[in-house]
Design a protein around this ligand. Sequence first.
Ligand code: EPU
Length: 432
Amino acid sequence: MNKYVIHGGKPLFGEINISGAKNAAVAILPAALLVDGVCRIENIPQISDVSLFFNILDELGAHIRSRNLHAVELNCHSIRSTHPSYEMARRIRASYYLIGALLGRFGEATVAMPGGCNFGVRPIDQHIKGFTAMGAEVSVEGGFIHASAKNKRLKGANIYLDVVSVGATINIMMAAVLADGTTTIENAAKEPHIVDLANFLNSMGANIKGAGTDTIKVYGVERLGGGSYTIIPDQIEAGTYMAAVAATGGRVLIKNIIPKHMDCISAKLVEMGVTVDELDDSLIVSRSTPLVRANVKTMPYPGFPTDMQPQISTVLALAQGTSMVTESVWSNRFRYVDELKRMGAQIQVDGKVAVIEGIDHFVAAPIQACDLRAGAALVIAALAAQGITEVSCVQYIERGYEDLVGKLRSVGADIRVEEIPGDDAELESHIG
Ligand code: EPU
């Protein structure tokens, strides 16, 4: 296992290129199982969550040909199993997408139940409600979810989600593309990666309308034949680097983004005294004056994303005055606060609310990431801190950020990777 050694206190200047979206990639790769032909996928981020999905697809019998570091050709014509091994599936939470994809294409799936998670209970009752409404029989036995459709084909249905769930919306969409008839998902999630998955499936031959609104209609088709697709840029990766510049000061051009996706994050940073200049497919973020307090409440898209909550809270810890952050998506996403406090942050957490009293600067301390976005937040704190901070458990960060160290170094950060001798704990990847 590695740690990051960060000598903080340096403003960031230069350019950062944003990679393909992690949460789109981990939906699109299993969705390729629905395609009975060759699909070419580009702008795939090089992160460990994506590598895990390639291993699972390989295990199931997919033919995978790398075209370059970020592009592959996938052929799922001769899949030989609908039962990914526990060893593989348990390592990534998004492996539950394999249920929707395998059930949709082959009429059956057996996938390990997703494990626990570091930021609260993560039920999948809405996914199961959707599959059941489409005629699947779903049971949980020995830690596995078994789902099967009568006569191997699901039937279109009307499904109203009781909670706005990204995962359930995606899983039901995947199950529905090859179903007999039309499926309507109401109260659907609207995140950019939902639209991206729908666009991917449509480009392979599906007929999905309304993705990005709260009603999605999936008109079942007989077959997805293949095609080419480019994954959208990662909204949260871009937001994380924006937050880093907000914390350290400086001026950075964030390239290869979709500005519209950044509005919810840019607006909050501007409120905090950060300058954000939008260009066509990039933006410039800069800060030269003190940060100003703000209140933040996480919400489903287009609200402020929960996946940016730890990063924005870290920036607010350096803002003048008292800020309030309300986490309304996950029940336990403030675990990183104890680590920030070790660096001098003044934050009180009461349930879903954190009250933050701004401090002048963080002080370096050894700290440990407890999940992906928490890890990114701690890196931001370390970049802004006085002194040398060591961040451990960085395997969490590498699940979702491509070449974080290289990208930060390219804008002047003093960050390096060091091996922790004798620390070879296995990466458990329940989060994300
Ligand atoms: N929920 C239910 N029942 C369900 C599904 C969800 O009650 O069947 C609840 C959850 O407990 C939660 C809320 O609904 O309170 C939203 O959960 P959602 O299903 O939207 O989350 P997810 O699909 O499991 C994805 C992202 C997360 C991100 C959330 C919210 C992926 C692979 N993961 O998770 O990303 O936090 O949406 O936007 O897309 C990350 O990237 O760091 C990450 C954690």
